[in-house]
Design a binder for this molecule. Structure first.
Ligand SMILES: NC(=O)c1ccc[n+]([C@@H]2O[C@H](COP(=O)([O-])OP(=O)(O)OC[C@H]3O[C@@H](n4cnc5c(N)ncnc54)[C@H](O)[C@@H]3O)[C@@H](O)[C@H]2O)c1
Length: 263
C-alpha cells in the first residue's frame, strides 16, 4: 500500500546493503516517504531485482528517485562515489544509513584467521568509517547539516554474542558514531546507532553461519525461546532516528532486540 506521509520529500538518502534484509526495508521506507535514495549493494543481481520489484510496486511514484549503485563498501572509492551520487542527483546528502554488514562463522579468537578478521573489519567497520568521513565532509558545508544512522548489533554492546571480529567491528561502530555525534554536534550533524537483536533475514537464516561451538556460546545463558524481530522493526527505528522527531537525539544507541540483551 502506498504511504501518503511524505516526511522525507526533498531529502536525499544513501543506504548500503540495500538489496536484501533490513536494507531493503529501509530503502523502501524512505522511498515511500518521498526521498531520493541511492541504494548500494555488492550483489548486482539482488540490486537488479530490487529495482524491478520496487518499480513494479510503486510505478511512477518512484521515477527518478531510486538510484542503484553496485559496489563493495569495504572500498574507499565506493563510499565516496555513493555519497557523490546523492549529491549529483539532489544537490546534497541529507541522510546516510550504514547498514551493509557480513557475519563471521561465530569464531572465537583462537579460531580466527587473519583473512576472516580483515574481511569482517573491512566491510563492517572500515567501510562505514570511509562513508561517514565522506558524508561529514559534505554535510558540514550544507545549511541543514545531515543525519547518519548506522546499524551495529547487540554484538556491539555485549562482547560475547558473535564472532570476535564481528563483535569488535560492531563495538567499533558504536565508538565511531559517538565520536562523530560529539565532534559535529554544533554543525547540525546527528549520528546515531541502531543495535538489532535477532532479526529474520538472509544473514540470520544462513545455516552455514554458526559453527556448533559458536552457536552454543552465543546462546549460552539466554532463553531458549528468544524473540525474533522483523526487518520492519529495524526500518521503523532507522526512519525515526533520521526524522525531525528525533532532532535532539544524537550519539544514541537504540537497542531493538525485544529485551534480550537485558539479561
Ligand atoms: N539479521 C540479524 O539478526 C542482525 C542482527 C544484528 C545486526 N545485524 C546487522 O544488520 C545489518 C543488515 O543485516 P541483514 O540481516 O539485513 O543482512 P543480509 O545478509 O540479509 O543483507 C545484507 C545486504 O548487504 C549486502 N552486502 C554485504 N556485503 C556488502 C559489501 N561489502 N558491500 C555492499 N553490500 C554488501 C548484501 O549483498 C545484502 O544485500 C548488518 O550490518 C548486520 O550485521 C543483523
Amino acid at each position: 500500500m502506498i504511504n501518503h506521509n511524505k516526511e522525507f520529500e526533498g531529502k536525499s538518502v544513501v543506504v548500503t546493503g540495500a538489496a536484501a534484509g533490513m536494507g531493503l526495508k529501509i530503502t523502501e521506507g524512505f522511498l515511500e516517504k518521498g526521498a531520493v535514495v541511492v541504494a548500494v549493494d555488492i550483489n548486482e543481481t539482488a540490486l537488479k531485482n530490487l529495482e524491478e520489484n520496487l518499480r513494479e510496486k510503486y510505478g511512477s511514484e518512484i521515477i527518478g528517485r531510486l538510484i542503484c549503485y553496485q559496489g563493495d563498501v569495504s572500498k574507499q572509492d565506493v563510499n565516496e562515489n555513493m555519497i557523490n551520487k546523492a549529491i549529483e542527483k539532489a544537490g546534497k546528502i541529507d541522510i546516510l544509513v550504514n547498514n551493509a554488514g557480513i557475519a563471521g562463522h561465530s569464531e572465537a579468537i583462537a579460531d580466527t584467521t587473519n583473512d576472516d578478521w580483515d574481511r569482517i573489519i573491512d566491510v563492517n567497520l572500515k567501510g562505514p568509517m570511509f562513508a561517514i568521513r565522506e558524508a561529514v565532509t559534505k554535510m558540514i558545508s550544507q545549511p541543514k547539516g545531515g543525519n547518519i544512522v548506522t546499524i551495529a548489533s547487540v554484538a556491539g554492546i555485549k562482547g560475547c554474542r558473535s564472532s570476535v571480529a564481528y563483535g569488535v567491528a560492531k563495538h567499533g561502530l558504536v565508538g565511531l558514531c559517538e565520536h562523530t555525534a560529539y565532534a559535529y554536534m554544533h554543525e547540525g550533524i546527528r549520528c546515531n546507532i541502531v543495535c538489532p537483536g535477532a532479526i529474520r533475514t538472509g544473514m540470520s537464516s544462513n545455516p552455514e553461519l554458526e559453527n556448533e561451538f559458536g552457536r552454543a556460546r552465543i546462546l549460552s545463558g539466554m532463553d531458549s525461546d528468544l524473540p525474533i524481530g522483523t526487518t520492519d522493526d529495524i526500518a521503523n527505528a532507522v526512519l525515526y532516528l533520521a526524522s525531525d522527531n528525533a532532532k535532539f537525539i544524537n550519539g544514541a544507541t537504540l537497542v531493538v532486540d525485544g529485551g534480550v540483551s537485558c539479561n
